[in-house]
Write a protein of this length. Structure first.
Length: 436
């Protein structure tokens, strides 16, 4: 099966080369901040999208892009609570809960977002479609985490998030400190013994950091659903991401020179900008092109309004070090701690090489969902990763062969292709456990 997959992927890849140039110029345009200049004009100018909504496949509205996660949940008629958990190194993690209407289920569910994203990812395609609402409709106790450094989680017991010390973290600390704190908090508050974990992309990376370096936490996980797990990144297909990976060291020097520690921080203006640069009426707008080139194109299943709303929520911020750690993961193919260079590694880790995460220690039961047209997490990398786990996970290749990396959170068919499978697996496990 792997080799069939390989052949068809190679065949497809040949057609994407030329698009790279177009994309790179778009990225340069955005990242240079040229667009920021439009923002003032944006607040006064009439926005065509407001007057004449183009309509959406989903039950969502333009203003959703400007609402914060708890506001979205409230708007759509669900109860919402805000909580926070503090990790051992002082970072305060925001949690958003949709409490259950009854106690039909024993096990709370924790949802963890991907890189540069936020809890909004499980909400933006609205009720009847986004995973958080589907779970809440089935009376599950739903918890959305926002990892350190994103727009919702920038507080610390001691450090100010405008200080460089605050940004000295990668996804290692999220897995090692934040997740255990979040899990302990939820279990203590609910009195449950275990929770189910659903992670997308980096939301799985941090899980595997935790499950391998704090193995006692495996027992607190009833089941882990990994959507597009980001551990093996060798075969990233996205041209702009490949370009960034190639130039990562030059970019690092650039960031260092300007004292920049945050990568694509969230700005309230980004939604305004996207409404000008990326009109919903144009299915080939700049946002659509950039996103497609990054995650894999799937225009048929992409809702233009959801795409615009997405840009109100993401990028939601990350640390530069976190991006570098992903680049190291991609370059070396080794799932291990941050590489500070030989000398500093020796000081920090007492070895010239950074310690590898011990995946043999991962004992929580796992189901992996992965997709053929995922340009960030290639299906062959997912298969390779699955073989590194001590117990073979349940593998679920999404049936739609155009399904891409972001489709896990916003495709028109995310519900039927992925979420309904999770819902029925949750039910099946509950039935099996109650007859035990
Ligand atoms: C969700 O779907 C149900 C039926 O499937 C429908 O009755 C309800 O109006 C939908 N809700 C929204 C917000 O679209
Ligand atoms: C953090 O630092 C900024 C700028 O130095 C300052 O304006 C802000 O009040 C500080 N925040 C806290 C919570 O101390
Ligand atoms: C290594 O340590 C030195 C001295 O502490 C520091 O100046 C340098 O930035 C470190 N290098 C890295 C890659 O962290
Ligand atoms: C990795 O984890 C396994 C299972 O817990 C353990 O037996 C093994 O000793 C660990 N290896 C290292 C290098 O820590």
């Amino acid at each position: 099966m792997a080799s069939d997959l390989e052949r068809s992927i190679v065949a497809r890849r040949s057609s994407i080369g030329q698009l790279t140039t177009l994309l790179l110029s778009s990225i340069v345009l955005l990242s240079c901040g040229v667009a920021i200049r439009f923002s003032e004009a944006a607040s006064t100018r009439q926005r065509p999208g407001d007057v004449n909504d183009v309509g959406s496949y989903f039950a969502i509205e333009m203003e959703d892009g400007a609402l914060r996660s708890p506001e979205l949940i409230k708007k759509y008629g669900y109860p919402v609570e805000s909580h926070e958990a503090t990790g051992a190194d002082g970072y305060i993690i925001s949690l958003t809960r949709i409490p259950p209407r009854n106690d039909r289920h024993q096990i709370p569910i924790l949802l963890v977002h991907g890189l540069l994203a936020s809890s909004g990812d499980y909400l933006i395609i609205g009720p009847n479609n986004s995973l958080a609402y589907l779970l809440a409709d089935q009376d599950y106790d739903v918890w959305l985490a926002d990892m350190r450094g994103n727009r919702y989680s920038q507080r610390h017991t001691r450090l100010n998030s405008s200080s460089p010390e605050y940004w000295d973290f990668t996804w290692h600390e999220m897995g090692y400190y934040d997740l255990p704190a979040v899990i302990d908090y939820i279990l203590q508050l609910t009195g449950a013994r275990q929770l189910d974990y659903i992670g997308h992309s980096q939301g799985t990376t941090v899980f595997f950091v935790m499950a391998s370096s704090r193995p006692e936490y495996n027992e607190k996980i009833a089941h882990m659903y990994a959507l597009s797990p980001a551990v093996c990144l060798k075969r990233v297909r996205s041209p702009p991401v490949r370009w960034l990976l190639q130039h990562v060291f030059a970019l690092k020097d650039l960031f260092d020179a300007f004292g920049v520690q945050q990568f694509l921080p969230h700005s309230n203006q980004q939604y305004e900008i996207s409404r000008i640069l990326c009109p919903v009426s144009d299915p080939n707008n700049l946002c659509m092109q950039i996103v497609s080139m990054t995650v894999g194109p799937n225009p048929k299943m992409t809702d233009m309004m959801a795409m615009q709303i997405l840009v109100g929520h993401d990028p939601a911020g990350a640390s530069v070090k976190q991006m570098l750690h992903f680049a190291q993961l991609q370059h070396t193919g080794q799932f291990r701690q941050f590489d500070y260079g030989r000398r500093n590694n020796t000081e920090r880790y007492s070895h010239w090489k950074p310690p590898a995460y011990n995946l043999s220690a991962v004992s929580a039961p796992i189901t992996i969902f992965y997709a053929f047209n995922d340009w960030l997490i290639d299906p062959r990398d997912v298969l390779r990763f699955s073989r590194m786990l001590p117990v073979q996970p349940t593998m679920h290749l999404v049936e739609d062969e155009n399904f891409n990396h972001l489709d896990f959170t916003m495709a028109k068919n995310a519900r039927t292709m992925v979420y309904e499978h999770i819902l029925s697996d949750l039910e099946r496990r509950e039935r099996t456990n109650s007859t035990k």
